[in-house]
Design a protein around this ligand. Sequence first.
Ligand SMILES: *[C@@H]1O[C@H](CO)[C@@H](O)[C@H](O)[C@H]1NC(C)=O
Ligand SMILES: *[C@@H]1O[C@H](CO)[C@@H](O)[C@H](O)[C@H]1NC(C)=O
Ligand SMILES: *[C@@H]1O[C@H](CO)[C@@H](O)[C@H](O)[C@H]1NC(C)=O
Ligand SMILES: *[C@@H]1O[C@H](CO)[C@@H](O)[C@H](O)[C@H]1NC(C)=O
Ligand SMILES: *[C@@H]1O[C@H](CO)[C@@H](O)[C@H](O)[C@H]1NC(C)=O
Ligand SMILES: *[C@@H]1O[C@H](CO)[C@@H](O)[C@H](O)[C@H]1NC(C)=O
Ligand SMILES: *[C@@H]1O[C@H](CO)[C@@H](O)[C@H](O)[C@H]1NC(C)=O
Ligand SMILES: *[C@@H]1O[C@H](CO)[C@@H](O)[C@H](O)[C@H]1NC(C)=O
Ligand SMILES: CC(=O)N[C@H]1CO[C@H](CO)[C@@H](O)[C@@H]1O
Ligand SMILES: [Ca+2]
Ligand SMILES: [Ca+2]
Length: 585
Amino acid sequence: MGKDTKQKLGFCEGNKCACLMFLVVVGAIAAVVCVTLLVEDIRDIYDHGENNSSLKWWQKTIIYQIYPRSFQDSDGDGIGDLKGIISRLDYFEYIHVDTIWLSPFFESPMKDFGYDVSNYTAIAKVFGTMEDFDELMKQAKKRGIRVIIDFVPNHSSTEHDWFNRSRHAKDDKDPFWDFYVWNDGITLANGTRVPPNNWQSVFGGPAWELDSVRDMFYYHAYLTSQADLNYRNPKVLEKIGEVIRFWMTKGVDGLRIDAIPHLFEAKDTSLNLPEPEPGEGPDLYLYTQNQPEIFDVVKQWRKIIDEFGSDRFLLAEAFGISREDRRKYYEAGSVPFYFQLIKAKARCCATAACLQGIIQEGLDISGSWPNFVIGNHDNLRIADSMGQKYADAMNLMLLTLPGTPTSYYGEELGMKGGDYKGLPPKDPKAITSGNLNNSRDSERNPMQWNSSTNAGFTSGSPWLPITKNTDYKNVNVESMKTDNTSSLNLYRRLAEIRQLPAFRTTNIVFPDKVGKVLVYERYDDQTSYLIVINVDSSPQRLDLRAGDITTGVRIFSTKSVIEERIELGNVFLQPGEGVIIRMDD
Ligand SMILES: *[C@@H]1O[C@H](CO)[C@@H](O)[C@H](O)[C@H]1NC(C)=O
Ligand SMILES: *[C@@H]1O[C@H](CO)[C@@H](O)[C@H](O)[C@H]1NC(C)=O
Ligand SMILES: *[C@@H]1O[C@H](CO)[C@@H](O)[C@H](O)[C@H]1NC(C)=O
Ligand SMILES: *[C@@H]1O[C@H](CO)[C@@H](O)[C@H](O)[C@H]1NC(C)=O
Ligand SMILES: *[C@@H]1O[C@H](CO)[C@@H](O)[C@H](O)[C@H]1NC(C)=O
Ligand SMILES: *[C@@H]1O[C@H](CO)[C@@H](O)[C@H](O)[C@H]1NC(C)=O
Ligand SMILES: *[C@@H]1O[C@H](CO)[C@@H](O)[C@H](O)[C@H]1NC(C)=O
Ligand SMILES: *[C@@H]1O[C@H](CO)[C@@H](O)[C@H](O)[C@H]1NC(C)=O
Ligand SMILES: CC(=O)N[C@H]1CO[C@H](CO)[C@@H](O)[C@@H]1O
Ligand SMILES: [Ca+2]
Ligand SMILES: [Ca+2]
């Protein structure tokens, strides 16, 4: 075919909208909205002419995040484990996911459920053994499933042997003396010892803790039991390099680096956080986040994993970074997670304009490979943040955007988070900060596999109960398998559609005027698809004709399994409904 798509996309000549208004009365609410796609300017930015065959595996995959504690328990202790994950590997084939990312499963006192590592090369007993991990790798490989593991370099548990050696070190001749960020602090006139500055921890309170053994303060970005490693010390880099090689040798396909913006703190510990400007919130991490030294370390880690082949993947967890810093993460050989869609509701009410703006920001990366995330273990599930009605539509959006999507376990079911109001929190963030609103328990609720007691997650008593509000008797994998309109089957269908060549490109165009419905077009030389998602709370009717193209085939709808030829001049969507339309030539 090879037709001129630019001409084809001229929805309205010279962007002057010439759409006819269809005055159809539906429930007396639907308004006709005319959508024009603006071609020239946007196309030049996003059109990188990606070549399907030259894409790397991580550009063609869906990443599925497993929170091991909550995915599948194999031994009845109520806590998910590696054997449980192994027993569910076939599920990933079923939903067409071929990359899993495991949140931490390393030895840990579990003060932050594994994000406090006490031995980077050992498995937490509660999750299993190294043999279990090797078996997991073997079984995953057999099924063509890639495995990415979490890597938590910013801090170790204070129960790590390195910390013990460091706090017992007598002087700088001890190799562990400077392994962590130590400081004498300040001694006041009345003899009281105080931290060297007013730096704050992410989980609330001062970021310095006086250690009674060494009689010095150590810095911790998170909990007091999560001491920050000192990346100005080459010996730390050496040890952490060994950890990376250890897991690469085990055959893992990539690392997801946790909390990387916190890797370095300002060298000058006399710097105090300034009073916030009137009307502005304080910049609590001015001296402890996004320091320029980070990128050299990322480059070093990229070099190490390249020893094992250039196609291993490096993902950086970097929340709320600047455009410039995003560029630097890419330049250093990593892909920085783009998280802003998670915050769409809070940031701008998740309206169509809001979502489009966030997506465009996510694509503003000068030719680098994009990625999008709509949920994780730190944020409310989509069904809770956006509303159940919009859960399928958000999966539709995630899986049709350019780049690599990351799905959080359970989101393929449109599952709600647990309702733990009134129960004591398990999340240390809530406990430490003394604010129950900070609890991340809800989104860490057990995966719902079937309609048996405890949803097939465990034969024992789950560490977080399965609560009534999640309707697990209906919202579970087994029940949803048999219903071709279920969230699960919609997700599977979307995962298939993603494999079409047009979705493998980074080509995307948006309308020049945004209404209440999120609209974008994805295309390659051959075929063009319109994605239309009603994120509004009222039904919407749209005219989507593009020049002389007046019909298309609706190949997907969140409300129907029937493929249907439709009139583009009259597209009707219920609230929360999303469709994919293959445009006729
Ligand atoms: C895609 O690959 C084909 C065949 O390998 C090549 O001829 C073409 O130039 C490539 N296109 C781009 C945009 O790289
Ligand atoms: C792109 O790759 C997928 C599988 O990786 C394949 O099914 C499809 O045919 C390819 N498309 C083109 C245009 O090469
Ligand atoms: C971590 O655990 C492994 C396996 O048990 C052990 O060989 C190693 O010495 C431990 N490392 C540290 C730093 O404690
Ligand atoms: C910590 O180090 C001290 C001094 O070397 C040692 O006596 C102690 O056994 C260590 N503790 C642990 C838990 O390894
Ligand atoms: C010492 O002085 C500081 C600052 O004025 C005060 O907060 C603290 O309570 C005093 N400590 C004692 C033991 O008096
Ligand atoms: C927690 O959230 C509720 C509801 O939004 C709010 O009323 C309350 O003030 C919050 N509590 C704290 C300690 O922030
Ligand atoms: C639900 O899953 C559990 C764990 O896999 C299994 O033991 C149980 O038999 C299942 N129940 C049904 C009704 O399939
Ligand atoms: C969906 O399921 C219904 C009921 O089982 C069945 O009648 C229908 O043919 C199915 N539709 C498709 C497209 O598979
Ligand atoms: C999104 C994410 O990975 N958040 C983690 C960041 O790091 C802290 C400390 O390791 C964890 O508590 C968060 O869960
Ligand atoms: Ca278990
Ligand atoms: Ca740090």
